[in-house]
Design a protein around this ligand. Structure first.
Ligand code: HSE
Length: 425
């Protein structure tokens, strides 16, 4: 590695610093020492954790002598070659990461907020300094997805990527589908089990999935995709009635993050996070509980699906350590890269072509009017369906057109209760 290598030790030992000693950080330290022998074998050199940075005290910790509170110690130590950033949040993670990369230290992170917001800039700094910036653990926890996208599938043209990227919302939806638990009760259970935070917004409002699809889309399409331009809907409005109608249609409702190329438009990307009806035949439909699943649709390879634990201390720590091993190998190609040209490449979601599941209450002529407006609709039924409730799936058409027709259909006497996209995976 370049940078400060001339001032370093005799290179017989690779020193690591871990920034953040929370759930993931403690998992990384624990797993590193448990698997140290095999890590040495894979890297071909001895490695050790020299510092653990955290502002909190951990009295009685077996690693007390490694714990420090001052980032500058890591920044100024030329013997630290690899820094693990598992603090989370944008600052000070960004400033610390940038400093480490600029000083010739490779950085490995699990921080999706950091990568989604500043990934292109940090990759550029890493490249300029001949070091690595790796982030396998930022998407899909323990599922290998970043490296397969950038190496195994690197020769193929990726047309689309879609996935169940948030374990907490998938747990809630699974409870709603399998046990008819209401959204509120399923959320309370997710909080009790420690999946959802006390403030569950990042998960249930789709922001976490949005950051993850932005990272995947940036890698797949080579342009920085900013979360703030991606239309994002969470699962708060999904009801048990919708779950029942989805069952009648032959599918399930999942929170899907997706991004795709648009034929004839080499510059723009369609990207979105929203609940969606997917057929039970789609492989993503059987991704349940806290598991994640990611479908990559590539020109030559066709569909490839990745499945596994998308969160949790040890799966995430495992992905972090795999990146540390890769950063330590002298032969590893530092190929992760996408460009930030300062432009927004996300197209208006109104251009997307989808079918829509609609649930309405009101007038008796609503079905006839819906047929006149949308054409061949598929009418759905459920048990205990009130007389004034209708539900159907429209044919696929541009979202903009769909929205206009929904406006024409609904009003004072015919109320829209649910509108969920139908995806054809
Ligand atoms: N809150 C996230 C999830 C954790 O539920 O998937 C992993 O990013």
């Amino acid at each position: 590695m370049s940078g400060c290598s001339s001032q370093r030790n005799d290179n017989t030992m690779i020193n690591i610093a871990v920034m953040g000693y929370g759930t993931v950080g403690s998992g990384v330290v624990e797993m590193f020492y448990k698997n140290r022998e095999s890590i040495h074998r894979k890297v071909g050199k001895a490695m050790d954790i020299k510092y653990i940075l955290d502002l909190r005290d951990f009295p009685g910790s077996p690693y007390e002598e490694k714990l420090i509170k001052d980032f500058q110690i890591i920044a100024d130590d030329p013997d630290v070659e690899i820094v693990v950033e598992v603090m989370g949040g944008l600052e000070p993670a960004f400033t610390f990461t940038k400093t480490c990369l600029s000083r010739g230290k490779s950085v490995v992170t699990s921080n999706k907020e950091l990568v989604a917001a500043r990934g292109a800039e940090l990759l550029k700094i890493a490249k300029e300094n001949g070091v690595s910036f790796f982030f396998e653990a930022s998407v899909g926890g323990g599922i290998p997805i970043i490296r397969p996208l950038t190496s195994c599938l690197a020769q193929d043209e990726i047309d689309e990527i879609a996935g169940i990227l948030n374990g907490t919302t998938n747990f809630i939806l699974t409870k709603m589908i399998r046990e008819q638990t209401s959204f509120a009760d399923a959320l309370a259970l997710a909080q009790k089990l420690g999946y959802a935070e006390r403030n569950p917004s990042a998960d249930v409002d789709g922001h976490d999935a949005c950051r993850k699809i932005c990272i995947l889309a940036s890698l797949c399409f080579g342009k920085h995709i900013y979360p703030e331009f991606v239309h994002t809907e969470g699962i708060r409005s999904v009801t048990l009635e919708d779950v029942a109608y989805a069952e009648d249609w032959g599918g399930v409702i999942k929170l899907i993050g997706r991004a795709k190329r648009v034929p004839g438009n080499s510059d723009g990307i369609l990207a979105m996070v929203s609940p969606a009806l997917i057929s039970k035949e789609c492989q993503l439909a059987s991704v349940d509980d806290v598991f994640n699943g990611i479908l990559v649709r590539a020109e030559a390879t066709g569909d490839v699906v990745f499945y596994g634990r998308g969160a949790g201390k040890l799966p995430t720590a495992s992905a972090v350590i795999a990146d540390v091993v890769n950063a330590a190998k002298p032969t590893d190609s530092k190929t992760l890269l996408w460009q930030d040209d300062g432009k927004n490449h996300v197209l208006d979601s109104q251009q997307d072509v989808v079918g829509m599941y609609l649930r309405l209450t009101g007038t008796s002529d609503a079905l006839q009017r819906a047929q006149n407006l949308f054409g061949e609709i598929r009418i759905l039924h459920r048990e205990d369906q009130p007389q004034d409730e209708i539900a159907f799936v429209t044919p696929a058409m541009a979202e903009g057109t769909l929205q206009q027709k929904i406006l024409q259909l609904t009003g004072e006497r015919c109320k829209l209760r649910s509108a969920i996209r139908v995806l054809g995976y």
